[in-house]
Design a protein around this ligand. Sequence first.
Ligand SMILES: [Zn+2]
Length: 170
Amino acid sequence: MKLQSLLDLFKVLKQVIIMSLTENRYMQSALEAAKEAAKRGEVPVGAVVVDSATNEILSVQSNRVLELKDPTAHAEMLAIREACLKKKSERLIDCDLYVTLEPCPMCAQAISFARIRRLYFGASDKKGGGVENGAIVFNAKSCHHKPEIYSEIMSGASSVLLRDFFKDRR
Ligand SMILES: [Zn+2]
């Protein structure tokens, strides 16, 4: 292999490592929010919206369905709402969403409406998910914006959190 192509390879590898480290940092914040939700008796799911242009965290939210008595108060919905208020826009162009669990169909549709650039999620949700399971919302004809999707980001930690939560309830 020529030295130049070796150097190019290193450059690409370095980029991948840096990317995965920042991905993990944001997912870590989402996981912390999820843990905090569990303490409040809410299903432990956390979500973070990041402006990719500035790397600014626009919102960190977790489930508040019981607290707000609102069936739509999922972490993703609350995180999108807060980020939109901050951006003073109904669209989150160039923003990425990190969520610890595969979004449900409602949240997936909201992610599409908000024009989220990238969706990173942790554990997949065979029963309630709507991205890679169930309705597979982004593949529907009625869906006009599909984010780039990265799944299984720190999914182990998210699964353990959910499993422990539901184990304690039984
Ligand atoms: Zn949802």
